[in-house]
Design a protein. Structure first.
Length: 119
């Protein structure tokens, strides 16, 4: 069975954007990490991980994301969009909201914490 994850790499204005779609889980986390490593290896000033089309992320995917977003070598360069409702909920439950640098999907910095659907 083919993993249900697609990652498109887009370069724009000195930024590498990983547009991620599908599920990030035990089966697809190695591909996700491979793409993050490749993006970090570029000369780009920033790497944005666009999670808006991610329908599911488990702890394996979260570990990959947090490891790269908080690494001493690349943490200042790696930014994340808040993602789908399921992904935002995972970030809330695990405390990632306070630790990772978030940006809006369109462009420019977002508030430090994404809005909490009606809370």
């Amino acid at each position: 069975m083919r993993p249900s994850l697609d990652i498109e790499t887009v370069e724009r204005d000195g930024t590498v954007i990983l547009v991620v779609a599908g599920e990030i889980d035990l089966a697809t986390a190695p591909l996700f990490e491979e793409k993050l490593i490749a993006a970090e290896a570029t000369e780009a000033a920033a790497v944005i991980v666009d999670l808006e089309r991610v329908s599911f992320m488990d702890s394996t995917g979260l570990k990959v994301l947090v490891t790269h977003a908080l690494s001493e070598a690349n943490g200042d360069r790696v930014h994340v969009t808040p993602g789908s409702a399921q992904v935002r909920r995972l970030f809330e439950l695990t405390g990632v909201l306070e630790r990772v640098s978030f940006v809006s999907p369109a462009a420019g910095p977002a508030p430090p914490n994404p809005p909490r659907d009606g809370i």
